[in-house]
Design a protein around this ligand. Structure first.
Ligand code: FAD
Length: 293
């Protein structure tokens, strides 16, 4: 339980999300970038988990390499899609053998066999939290939170109640979906506090690195983007292509993160998109401004 245990004592921190590239021939390039980001000394890194066997093996292998070769504490994502007690036991035990003892328990994207899903005891992230907490007492557990509401939930109130259930079943902290308007995050934290939830809520921040990646991510995750911001990205692209978008995205992310830190968040989790340059520049500038000291 390194990640969950350390975030309270860490002081304001930054951490990164990585996703395991599907094509193994690109792993050397991925590892080179991961090594650059590890050199910035993040509090931890999270590693996403896709649907299907190969993807699970890739997640495990990447978690192991980041932990063993680079010494980064790891938060391994794990989802309900296609999950059975046996598959969860296998995945969590293998993580622990590599020295990884924290998971992000998720409902999961991706289509599992509909009948198998109906039979499965793992319908929601809360089922995963309950099972892992009961079986692996040394494992730290994070859950996902949605400042703008989960796209499938009928109302914010439903979402908050289900979120509360995940925490009541044993989750240690919340990691949020990306958002661009910090008011959404602070409002969300206030609503959770209203339900008596005091556990850390780590904001997830996506630095915008290109128009195409922004479009792809927004269509996948279902989060919202303020109209003015989206127009700003499009205008930057029309004027100067991807380079101008990078500059625009850098300035926006720097302001967004410094505002979050100024207002007292525990730390920021940065969706790196497996790229190093933007994150290196952001962390260097924020450190230059006295953050993360
Ligand atoms: P849940 O908590 O199960 O919630 C899903 C929906 O069901 C919500 O609308 C919720 O309100 C509702 N709900 C919850 N409990 C109940 C209940 N008991 N009865 C009825 N309704 C309920 N996906 C991946 O596949 N791999 C990843 O690695 C991954 N990483 C992510 C990381 C972060 C930080 C975030 C925010 C999301 C990530 N996702 C990932 C996407 C995530 O799996 C999807 O958003 C998924 O649709 C919901 O996951 P959840 O954990 O919030 O699920």
């Amino acid at each position: 339980m390194q990640v969950a245990q350390n975030i309270d004592a860490a002081g304001q921190f930054f951490s990164f999300e990585f996703f395991p590239p599907k094509d193994k021939s690109t792993w050397p390039r991925f590892m080179e970038r991961a090594e650059r980001l590890a050199g910035l000394n993040p509090q931890f890194a999270s590693v996403t988990y896709g649907a299907g066997g190969t993807s699970h093996d890739n997640s495990l292998e990447i978690c192991s390499m980041l932990k063993k070769d680079m010494g980064i504490d790891i938060l391994a994502h794990l989802t309900c899609v296609g999950a059975s007690e046996q598959s969860i036991d296998g995945f969590v035990s293998s993580l622990m053998e590599c020295g990884v003892s924290d998971i992000l328990a998720l409902g999961g994207d991706g289509v599992a066999d509909a009948e198998a899903k109906e039979r499965s005891r793992f319908q929601h992230a809360s089922d995963l939290v309950e099972y892992v907490d009961g079986k692996f007492s040394d494992v730290g557990i994070a859950v996902a939170g949605y400042p703008g509401g989960h796209p499938e939930s009928p109302s914010l109130i439903h979402d908050l109640e289900f979120h509360n259930a995940k925490l009541a079943k044993g989750a240690d902290f919340t990691m949020t979906q990306l958002f661009f308007d910090n008011r959404l995050y602070f409002d969300y934290v206030e609503r959770l506090a209203g339900l008596g939830i005091k556990r850390p809520v780590i904001p997830g921040v996506l630095p915008i690195q290109s128009l195409s990646s922004l479009r792809r991510i927004m269509s996948l995750c279902g989060a919202g983007i303020p109209g003015g911001l989206y127009c700003g990205v499009e205008k930057a692209f029309e004027k100067g292509g991807d380079e101008a978008v990078m500059e625009f995205g850098f300035n926006f992310a720097r302001k967004q993160i410094s505002d979050l830190l100024d207002k007292g968040v525990p730390g920021v989790h940065i969706y790196s998109l497996n790229r190093a340059a933007m994150c290196e520049r952001l962390i260097a500038d924020l450190k230059g401004d006295g953050y993360f000291s």
